[in-house]
Design a protein around this ligand. Structure first.
Ligand code: HEM
Length: 311
């Protein structure tokens, strides 16, 4: 509680939580943010990857965090700029909270909630990226299909001379999405959530008395062999034509506390994977507890060189 602060959305309940959740959630759905974030994220991923040297080891977790740190810095810069000349227009999350008339949205509350928004960016999203690389390194068939899908879209975009949009990184890369979904299932980045019963509740014949705390353990559901065949096997194909919005798949929680950053997390991971697999091949080193996965990079040949060589 001390770490998060008393006004954090993770701590407060009731109408104020719903209000902040709604404001943050609708802000993350805004078209302006989507195009801005897509372009910025692409630029920083490409800048970071541009510094990678042939055949040198790359610590994926550190790299993923570095890309995120820069992202947080940009967002922070945008916030500082807006704070001075707030014109009632909602261009960022601080505006979304500042412009709301609710008196309970104090400066302290806004500041604390901005920190909440940065923690997943520093922690959960880099973990999702790192685990995706780990699982792909162990599953060559998935890596091949993912690479082919991304190279195909890249060539198509180059032909049209069009920049990538938010949707390109989502619906235009369906297999990439299944890889992210399967990584979320197996990785269990958030292992579960705590809830306190506000009144006596009965669930499937079990009574949870008022005041008791319950830990809803996502991992036991995501790795249940009654729900998922061979649950410990990384199998992105299991998600083809399968509905993901159900009670058996809750990496982002659910209900009124459903993670408002879920689309952003998927987008950032998609951009990272796209640039990773279209620019490089790699060999994974043995995993170690200290830092995994570590991979040795080889730059991909530009498409035109390959064509000349094989024609
Ligand atoms: C892989 C990445 C992520 C995962 C697995 C994840 C997972 C979750 C989960 C399980 C919850 C529900 C917590 C609960 O019910 O007590 C949650 C809530 C939340 N997430 Fe995420 N998250 C991710 C990324 C993000 C991002 C990128 C942001 C924002 C930039 C974000 C912002 C939030 C906020 C503000 C809440 C609290 C919502 C509320 O209590 O009303 N998350 N997240």
């Amino acid at each position: 509680m001390e770490l998060m602060g008393k006004s954090s959305i993770l701590v407060i309940n009731g109408s104020l939580q719903r209000r902040i959740h709604g404001l943050i959630g609708s802000f993350f759905k805004s078209a302006t943010l989507k195009s801005q974030i897509t372009a910025e994220m692409e630029r920083y991923v490409m800048e970071s990857m541009g510094r990678w040297r042939e055949d040198s080891p790359i610590y994926i977790q550190d790299e993923a965090k570095n890309a995120k740190r820069k992202m947080v810095k940009i967002i922070d810069g945008i916030i500082q700029e807006k704070r001075g000349c707030n014109e009632g227009v909602t261009k960022d999350v601080v505006d979304a909270l500042l412009n709301d008339k609710n008196e309970q949205l104090t400066d302290e509350l806004i500041a604390e909630n901005m920190v909440d928004l940065m923690i997943p960016g520093e922690d959960s999203v880099p973990l999702l990226m790192s685990l995706a690389i780990k699982y792909l390194s162990d599953c060559p068939a998935a890596l091949t299909q993912l690479t082919e899908e991304n190279i195909k879209l890249k060539k198509h975009k180059e032909k049209l001379k069009e920049p990538f949009s938010w949707n390109d990184y989502g619906s235009s890369l369906p297999f990439t999405q299944t890889v992210i979904t399967e990584t979320l299932r197996m990785g269990n980045i958030i292992t579960g959530v705590m809830r306190k019963a506000m009144k006596d509740v009965e669930i499937k014949g079990h009574l949870i008395p008022k005041g008791w705390c319950v830990f809803a353990y996502f991992r036991s559901v995501h790795l249940d062999d009654k729900l998922y065949d061979f649950p410990y096997q990384f199998n992105p194909w299991r998600w083809q034509d399968k509905e993901i919005n159900n009670g058996n798949f809750t990496p982002f929680g659910g209900g009124q506390r459903l993670c408002p950053g879920l689309d952003l997390a998927r987008l950032e991971t998609s951009i990272f994977l796209h640039h990773f697999v279209t620019q490089f091949r790699w060999e994974a080193e043995d995993d170690s507890i200290v830092n995994f996965p570590t991979v040795r990079m080889k730059r991909r040949m530009p498409v035109w060189i390959k064509r000349r060589r094989y024609s």
